[in-house]
Design a protein around this ligand. Structure first.
Ligand code: BES
Ligand code: MN
Ligand code: ZN
Length: 505
């Protein structure tokens, strides 16, 4: 897809299609009004006859509108003008893109980016439009022998901004939107890949691909032998039941002037369970296939690293993909086992399905060597998070308030939302063990919080936040099932903010 911005009037466009908004009830947007005048009331006539009410998401495709140079005009219902919010804006863009893609317009000039969305500037509207477009055009068909393709797919879209002064801002929004979308697509592709193909070695290969594509990216792969030397007894235990070797992929990005610069890196750690059967505490078989998405955290980190490299931001970031597979076997770790973590702390395993924290805790100790400025881990860690927050918000837990606020800000800005849960000392008691320093299981009450409590015992040496993406990393169910690409957008926004990059007005 090709994107550009322009500042022009609708009647002068010579395009396959121009896209303009109509509000409810039957009210023309300013741009639609201009078209109506030129076409001598053609559009208002249609509305009067009841062809389009203007309800959010309604579409009416017109051909050969009098005196209009473009072949088609797509009228898009935008709901009540004063109620147009961020979510509706994104939905309207998505529907528009689908309609354009299905009705043979290979290019279009879209004026929806000029609509007023409460509290949002032109940068935001153009960037969101790019992200929504790319999201909508994504399909995972690399494993299908017969691919469904639109006959005349949309190839090129121009978003209009009100004045020429806004053009540089619009161009920046497109560049950012495209980089983030690339990261999101990387995340989706690797997360959707089935677990017989996507194993820890596959994750390592993806890291290597990033290294070969960008010259400020290098990688390091930590294998089981090295993990044993490092004393990562907890991480190793989880992978022991699988024939697929555990591999921790380290992706280092340095966009600074590295000779002079001694800043500490930001570290992102992703849970990379390429399949979580539950192990000996095996999961019920219903929807177990979805546990291929248990590497969604690692996919999110990989995607954010990709977006970052594409944006070439002047910061240092290290991404860790903690690859591992949790399987039952005669060699698997068991409930009752006591493990020694890399930190030296011992853990009594009460449930082998609470494996994510056992992998992450050693990865979190490992990253101390980078003397991080801060660490954010991303994990499909608890079913309890889906119960608490549903599928709309990522769970955010942190021991450092400023970092929590920075992440919440990034989530608001990007529309990739997160909600904070408490991490009070009181919850720590639920991890007490008679046989080891603590257990890996906190019981039913506050499962997301006690999982984060467990991790917090390994993150004392730096500022840390934890994102539980169990509800947001993928969509469950039938035809619509698939990776969402979250939280790439939030993480990249966080990095954009950190780098001090210029964004909106
Ligand atoms: N990967 C799962 C969490 C999960 C479950 C994410 C369902 C998304 C949907 C994790 O490893 C797990 O199994 N967690 C257990 C923890 C429990 C045993 C304390 C859970 O949530 O049931
Ligand atoms: Mn599990
Ligand atoms: Zn898991």
């Amino acid at each position: 897809m090709e994107f550009s911005v322009k500042s022009g009037s609708p009647e002068k466009q010579r395009s396959a299609c121009i896209v303009v908004g109509v509000f409810e009830p039957r009210r023309l947007s300013a741009i639609a009004e201009q078209l109506d005048e030129i076409s001598e009331g053609y559009i208002s006539n249609l509305l009067r006859r009841g062809d389009l009410e203007g309800k959010s998401g309604q579409m009416l495709l017109l051909h050969h509108v009098p005196n209009i140079l473009s072949e088609r005009v797509l009228l898009v219902g935008c709901g009540k003008e004063r109620e147009l919010d961020e979510r509706q804006y994104r939905q309207i863009i998505s529907k528009t893109i689908n309609t354009l893609n299905e009705t043979g317009s290979m290019e279009a000039v879209c004026f929806l980016s000029e609509l007023h969305v409460k509290g949002r500037d032109n940068y935001w509207k153009v960037r969101q439009a790019v992200e929504a477009t790319q999201d909508c055009l994504y399909s995972f068909d690399s494993l299908k022998t017969r691919k469904e393709e639109a006959r005349r797919p949309l190839r090129k879209i121009v978003f209009n901004v009100p004045t020429r002064r806004e053009l540089p801002l619009g161009e920046r929004a497109i560049a950012h939107g495209l980089a983030i979308s690339e990261g999101i697509n990387t995340c989706k592709n690797v997360a959707n890949m089935p677990p017989n193909i996507c194993n820890p070695a596959y994750l390592a290969e993806q890291a290597k691909i990033l290294e070969s594509d960008y010259n400020n990216v290098t990688t390091d792969i930590v294998d089981e032998k090295q993990m044993a030397e490092l004393g990562m007894g907890s991480y190793l235990a989880v992978g022991r039941g699988s024939v697929n070797e555990s591999l921790m992929s380290i992706i280092k990005y340095d966009g600074t002037d590295s000779t002079a610069d001694e800043t500490n890196p930001i570290v992102l750690v992703g849970k990379g369970l390429t399949f979580d059967s539950g192990g000996i505490s095996i999961k019920p078989s219903e929807a177990m296939d979805e546990m291929k998405y248990d590497m969604g955290g690692a996919a999110g980190v990989l995607g954010a690293m990709h977006a970052l490299a594409e944006l070439n931001l002047p910061i240092k970031v290290i991404g860790v993909l903690a690859g591992c597979e949790n399987m039952p076997s005669s060699n698997a770790y068991r409930p009752g086992d006591v493990l020694t973590t890399m930190s030296g702390q011992t853990v009594e395993v009460l449930n082998t399905d609470a494996e994510g924290r056992l992998v992450l805790c050693d990865a979190l100790t490992y990253v101390e060597r980078f003397e991080p400025e801060l660490v954010v881990d991303v994990a499909t860690l608890t079913g309890a998070c889906v119960v608490a927050l549903g599928k709309h918000a990522t769970g955010l837990l942190s021991t450092h308030n400023p970092l929590a606020h920075e992440l919440l800000n990034a989530s608001e800005q990007s529309g990739d939302r997160a909600w904070r849960l408490p991490l009070w000392e009181e919850y720590q008691d639920q991890l007490e063990s008679p046989f080891a320093d603590f257990t890996n299981l906190g019981g039913r009450a506050g499962g997301t919080i006690t999982a984060a409590c467990f991790l917090s015992r390994f993150t004392k040496k730096y500022h840390w936040a934890h994102l539980d993406v169990a509800g947001t990393a993928w969509r469950s169910g039938g035809k619509d099932k698939g990776s969402t690409g979250r939280p790439v957008s939030m993480l990249t926004q966080f990095l954009l903010n950190r780098s001090g990059a210029e964004q909106g007005e």
